[in-house]
Every structure is written in C-alpha cells, then in structure tokens.
Ligand binder design. Structure first.
Ligand code: NAD
Length: 253
C-alpha cells in the first residue's frame, strides 16, 4: 500500500467511550476518515461530534459486535460509505464483577465470551475479506495485561483476553503473506469508565491499582491510542502477531 493517511479509513468499535473514543480521535487527528461504532448510539454520536469539531471526517454506525449480522452490516456500510477499510481497531469489550473462579456464573461467562471473544472474531471475519480484496490492511485488537498473566478474581475476563491474543496471532500468521498485519494491544489499568465503575468508590483499590504499576500511576486512554496508531500505521510495517503490553511496566515485574 502506498496511501497517505488522508486516503485511509479506520474503523473503531467500542468508540463511544474510553480507549475507543480516544483512539477514534487520534485516528482523525492523524488524517484518517473514521467510522465510530458502538452499541451506545448517543455517546457514539458525541465521539463523532468531537471529531467533527476538530475539522475531521467521521460517521457513526451502531453495532453490537457479538451479533454476526450486525457486524456484517457494519463492514458493508463502511465500505459502501468510504470505498475501503484500511485499519480496524476491534476494541469493544466488557468487564465483570470481580469474583473467584468457583463463584462465577454461567450467564456471565457466556456474555463475556460473546462480546470479548466472539466480537473480535466476528469483526475480523468480516474485515479480512475486504482487506484481501483491496490488497491489504491492518487490524489491532484490544486484549489486556489480563490476556498475558493471571488476573485473580477476573478469571473469565482473563480467559477472554487470552483468547483475543490467540485469535490475533493466528490471523497474523494466516494473512501475513496477503499484506494484512494483525496485532493486539494489552493495556494495564487505564483511567476510563470501565476502571472507574470498578474502583473509584474504593480508595484502597485505587491505591493498589496505582501501586501495581512500576511507573507509579495508571494509564490514560490517549496512551493506548498512541500505541494503536503506531501498530496500525506504516511505521509498524514489519510488526505482526504481537501482543504489545502498554502497561507502565506491570508485566515486566
Ligand atoms: P469503556 O467501558 O469505557 O468502553 C467500552 C465501550 O465498548 C463502551 O462504549 C461500550 O458501550 C462498548 N461496548 C460494550 N459492549 C459492546 C458490544 N457488544 N458491541 C459494541 N460495543 C460495545 O471501556 P474501556 O476501558 O475503554 O475498554 C475498552 C477495551 O479495553 C475493552 O476491550 C477492555 O476490556 C479493554 N481494557 C480496558 C482496560 C482498562 O483498565 N480500562 C484495561 C485493559 C483492557
């Protein structure tokens, strides 16, 4: 591919909030046309408005990533609006109430796997044929440090993020010769609504969260966005199949 960013189209799922919103804004700032997708239409349209305020182009398409037909339509509408799909950031994900494995619930297991694992697989299933037809592309999936190491009291979430890394590595190897790169980003604790819902009410948890990171603080959504922009772009042309920690040193310990 020899395209400039202004010819490129990026799709971000889970882009109504947090890491997805910050990354949609970063793609736009770097000249990409951005498709913002989420189940939350109101907040998703706010992301589009924030992008448009900066003078860049974006549109919102509602999609529940755990539903095959909705994902198929998301990709079809993206291609019919913009003619191509260069970069996909498959980021939509959910967390669970913390509990030990033996106290887990079957319904919770199914919902986590449906969104975090099936969602990423369905997105790639529908994105890859478009990228093959246009001669290449780049995919980044959101895993987590919980996809690399144990996550006590978050066993199902941890299993779902290990699975995202398995899907990422396999897709990377299967499509490497077809000019499609597939990588995963593995954030540690990032200051988003997901983190605040689980921790902010509890000062002890906040102190523990900060202390877990050698760098002495939790991360920002913009710091994950920067890593995704790098992995998506030409600077990472020889990088595929990696699960990149962006974690303030957490997994180096
Ligand atoms: P967030 O809750 O702020 O945002 C997640 C977004 O995903 C929301 O806008 C939500 O509406 C959307 N979403 C949920 N289910 C969906 C579905 N079925 N289809 C489409 N959209 C859906 O969370 P965040 O912190 O920005 O998390 C983004 C990703 O980063 C997730 O995959 C999460 O597991 C991962 N992650 C977050 C952290 C953290 O500490 N915040 C750490 C590691 C990994």
């Amino acid at each position: 591919m020899n395209r400039t960013n202004s010819d490129r189209v990026a799709l971000v799922t889970g882009a109504a909030n947090g890491i997805g919103r910050a990354t949609a804004l970063a793609f736009a700032k770097n000249g990409y046309k951005v498709v913002v997708s989420d189940i939350d239409s109101q907040a998703g349209k706010e992301t589009v408005a924030l992008i448009e305020e900066t003078g860049h182009e974006a549109s919102f398409i509602r999609c529940d990533v755990s539903r095959d037909e909705e994902v198929r339509l998301l990709i079809e509408k993206t291609v019919s609006a913009y003619g191509r799909l260069d970069c996909a950031f498959n980021n939509a994900g959910i967390e669970i109430e913390k509990c030990k494995l033996a106290d887990g619930d079957e319904g919770v297991f199914d919902s986590i796997m449906n969104v975090n694992v099936k969602g990423v697989w369905l997105c790639m299933k529908h994105q890859i044929p478009v990228m093959l037809a246009q001669g290449g592309g780049s995919i980044v999936n959101t895993a987590s440090v919980a996809g690399l190491i144990a996550a006590p009291k978050q066993g199902i979430y941890s299993a779902s993020k290990h699975a995202v890394i398995g899907l990422t590595k396999t897709a990377a190897v299967e499509y490497a010769r077809r000019n499609i790169r597939v990588n995963a980003v593995c954030p540690a604790i990032i200051d988003t609504e997901m983190y605040r819902r689980a921790n902010v009410a509890d000062a002890k948890h906040v102190t523990m969260a900060v202390a877990a990171h050698p760098i002495g603080r939790i991360g920002t959504a913009e710091e994950i966005a920067a890593a995704v922009l790098y992995l998506s772009g030409d600077l990472a042309g020889f990088t595929t199949g990696v699960a990149m920690p962006v974690d303030g040193g957490l997994t180096a310990q």
